[in-house]
Design a protein around this ligand. Structure first.
Ligand SMILES: Nc1ncnc2c1ncn2[C@@H]1O[C@H](COP(=O)(O)OP(=O)(O)OP(=O)(O)O)[C@@H](O)[C@H]1O
Length: 309
């Protein structure tokens, strides 16, 4: 549904995005992750037909991004990172304005606006002035306007930035709802927990390079050889730490309060089992020994440290 082939963008001598190849299948919710200045908005603005590529090409819903920008605009709902709302307009007028821009007829517009307001839980704000809405409401309204022409693809640049935790949870729930409706969604964020439980695939970008992308389960599997072990020592912590430190597979070890230690190992199940066996054999007593599943944060830290080849 979304393809990038060797996409790159230079600003003068500065390369903001180097050469990205990316494939997002229909129905996916793709999390585009990267630190500030990584190149997320540049890539997104290209896909939204707002910026020309310096090299490479892209396709959205079968339309070439540079060859058929009108086709792309029909197929996408785009929410920029610094959206603006027009003053002196009521909520329904704001949505009507965009619906007219998409040449939707008057009767149809009325129904669409009612449906979109209901979906976004903004029905009670229908006649309020846009500039009087809270930040969270404005953000929701912006999301609403991406839906008026019922596009198959949504491109959302940091849709939850600046929102309080409750509003963020609501945005996540909404994304899940939109996925159920069959939308293909590209969402950027640098808040990993925000994306962890609502994305089906992710891409990690840093300094204009796409370091990794794919279905979330395969990304987790790829870093699985980087094991994170949490140990709570009960007695003989010093002996335990020295065993850990002499383990050839150890990458790092961090001591936390109350006898908790987090160790990162480069190894398979065999390595983890041997370590546990050795600790017990040497009389180290443990309250728990936990081989923790990686989180999206672990994936991000591992990938951006260049530990995955
Ligand atoms: N119009 C421009 N002219 C020059 N440099 C630019 C321009 N737009 C972006 N850049 C630079 O390109 C790089 C990538 O910027 P981009 O906005 O794509 O990053 P980002 O990953 O979206 O970051 P953020 O999370 O902070 O929005 C940055 O170093 C930025 O300063």
């Amino acid at each position: 549904m979304i393809t990038l082939e060797g996409f790159g963008k230079d600003y003068g001598d500065f390369t903001a995005v180097d050469s990205i190849d990316l494939q997002i299948e229909a129905g996916e919710t793709f999390g585009f992750i990267g630190p500030n200045g990584a190149g997320k908005s540049t890539t997104i603005r290209f896909l939204a037909t707002l910026l020309r590529a310096s090299r490479g090409r892209g396709e959205v819903a079968g339309c070439d991004v540079m060859g058929d920008p009108v086709g792309v605009r029909q197929a996408i709902g785009y929410m920029p990172d610094n959206f603006g709302v027009y003053d002196g307009m009521r909520v329904w007028e704001f949505l009507d304005f965009f619906a007219v821009a998409y040449r939707i007829g008057k009767t149809e517009r009325k129904n669409i606006i009612a449906n979109v307001l209901e979906l976004l839980d903004l029905g009670h704000k229908r006649d309020d002035f846009v500039n009087g809405l809270s930040r969270g409401m404005k953000q929701r309204l912006c999301l609403a306007k991406t839906l008026v022409h019922d596009p198959p693809v949504l491109i959302l640049d940091e849709p939850a930035s600046g929102l309080d935790p409750r509003a963020r949870i609501e945005v996540k729930a909404l994304l899940k709802e939109l996925r159920k409706m069959g939308k293909t969604i590209l969402i950027s964020s640098h808040i990993l927990t925000e994306l962890a439980d609502c994305c089906t695939s992710i891409g990690i970008i840093e300094r204009g390079q796409l370091l990794m992308s794919g279905p979330i389960s395969s990304v987790y599997r790829q870093i699985r050889r980087n094991r994170i072990i949490e140990i709570e020592f009960f007695a003989n912590q010093d002996a335990g730490l020295s065993i850990l430190r002499s383990c050839p597979a150890l990458r790092s070890v961090e001591q936390e309060p109350e006898g908790r230690v987090i160790a990162e190992l480069d190894g398979d199940d065999e390595v983890v089992a041997s370590l546990m066996e050795q600790l017990i054999r040497e009389g180290v007593r443990m309250r728990s020994f936990n081989d923790r599943d990686p989180t999206l944060e672990d994936v991000f830290m591992t990938v951006t440290k260049g530990l995955v080849t």
